[in-house]
Every structure is written in C-alpha cells, then in structure tokens.
Design a protein around this ligand. Structure first.
Ligand code: AMP
Length: 210
C-alpha cells in the first residue's frame, strides 16, 4: 500500500502512521522527522533547515523532493509506505507523481481549535522522540518519558507563534492538495477529530488488510 497522509499539523497523522506502519508492515516516512533528526545530529542538511523549521515555515521544494526521492529507493519502501507530511505543496505532489503512483491520499479532516489544543499540549522525548500530550496521552510521570526516562520538551515549532504560522502555511500551500488528489480520484477523507484508536479503526475499515 502506497499512501500519502494529508492534513494540518496536529491532525494525528504521525500517531496514525505509527499504528498503520505496524499493522500493514510498511515504513512510516515522515519528512518532518527526517529533518528533525538531521537538526539533532547537526548534519549539513540539519544546519541548513533549522531556522526555517523553527519558524514554522516550509523547507524548499528542491531539498525536500530530493530527500523523498532517495528515501523511496530504499529496499523497505518497495512494497509500500506511508508518506507523512509529504507532499506539502503542489510542486511536491507533481514531483511525487513522476516518481511513483500512490494508491491513496488520506485527508485527515479536523478543525483549527482542536489542532491548536493538540499541538500546544504536545510533548516530545528529547532522546527517543516518543510523543505525548499533557491531557490526551500523558506520561506516567510528568515531564519524563515512559520509554527511556529522558526529559520531555516542547518542540520549538509547537510554540504558539510557530503554530499560527504553520496553520497559515497549511491553508495556503498544502490544503490545495485536497483538490489535487480529489480531481485524480485518489482522495480518501477520514474524520481525524476522534482519539487515535477510533481513527485507526476507521482506517482499517477503509483499507482492509489483504
Ligand atoms: P511535521 O513534523 O510534518 O509537522 O514537519 C515539521 C516541519 O518540517 C514543517 O513545519 C516544515 O518546516 C518541515 N517539513 C516537513 N515536511 C515538509 C515538506 N514536505 N515540505 C517542506 N517542509 C517540510
């Protein structure tokens, strides 16, 4: 299954991608995560993109397309993948169409109020990157990762100014992809306002395992 997960930041794409990746044994490819790893490891790519990402803006299409192109040639992506957070612009979607034919673009439908609530409460482990939410998915001990015991932090781009910018960028640059895929009869809408377990159930009904 070759899937694209579309939707605003905070819609739960990453959380669902982890579940779907395990259930269907396909890799979860998150461009945001690839960039964050590069930033943490202070690679040339990381140093180049850090300021743009911290400000809630998009990394350039050329860099991002090249990155995904290389990732999709890896062995584990041969039988399917979930692209989480890519494409985010029409040029990226066109470039993806030249690389590979996807089976469906899943649109995570959710309103702005919920998005802000989810993003501003999100906490992430600074060592293993596991995500939490102070209300919806709290760690057993406040501020500490259940999995590895490290400190939980607020992502720089989950601070309120960056959230506002990311939503604006989503509306202007990414939302047009809904029509792009709809016009190609490749769009599947999913109600992303429920908790992840319910969204996952809805997903499994739409895409039964063969
Ligand atoms: P995410 O974790 O998907 O919310 O991505 C975090 C940040 O990484 C975004 O706000 C962008 O700055 C950058 N990013 C991720 N994916 C893309 C993409 N497809 N195109 C451009 N920038 C991206």
């Amino acid at each position: 299954m070759k899937l694209v997960f579309l939707g605003p930041p905070g819609a739960g794409k990453g959380t669902l991608a982890v579940l779907v990746s395990q259930e269907y044994t396909i890799p979860h490819i998150s461009t945001g995560e690839i960039f964050r790893t590069a930033i943490r490891e202070k690679t040339p790519l990381g140093l180049k993109v850090q300021a743009v990402i911290d400000a809630g803006q998009l990394v350039g299409d050329d860099i991002t397309i090249q990155l995904v192109k290389e990732r999709l040639t890896q062995e584990d992506a041969k039988n399917g993948f979930i692209l989480d957070g890519f494409p985010r612009t029409i040029p990226q979607a066109e470039a993806l169409g030249e690389i590979i034919t996807i089976d469906s673009a899943i649109n995570f439908d959710i309103n702005d109020t919920l998005v802000v609530e989810r993003l501003s409460g999100r906490r992430v482990c600074k060592t293993c990157n596991k995500n939490y939410h102070i209300t919806f998915m709290p760690p057993k001990e406040e501020g500490i990762c259940d999995k590895c015991g490290s400190e939980l932090i607020v992502r720089e781009d989950d601070k309120i100014e960056a959230i506002t910018k990311r939503l604006e960028v989503y509306r202007t640059q990414t939302e047009p992809l809904i029509n792009f895929y709809d016009s190609k009869k490749m769009l599947t809408n999913i109600d992303a306002s429920a908790v992840s377990g319910i969204v996952f159930e809805a997903f499994c009904k739409l895409f039964p395992k063969i």
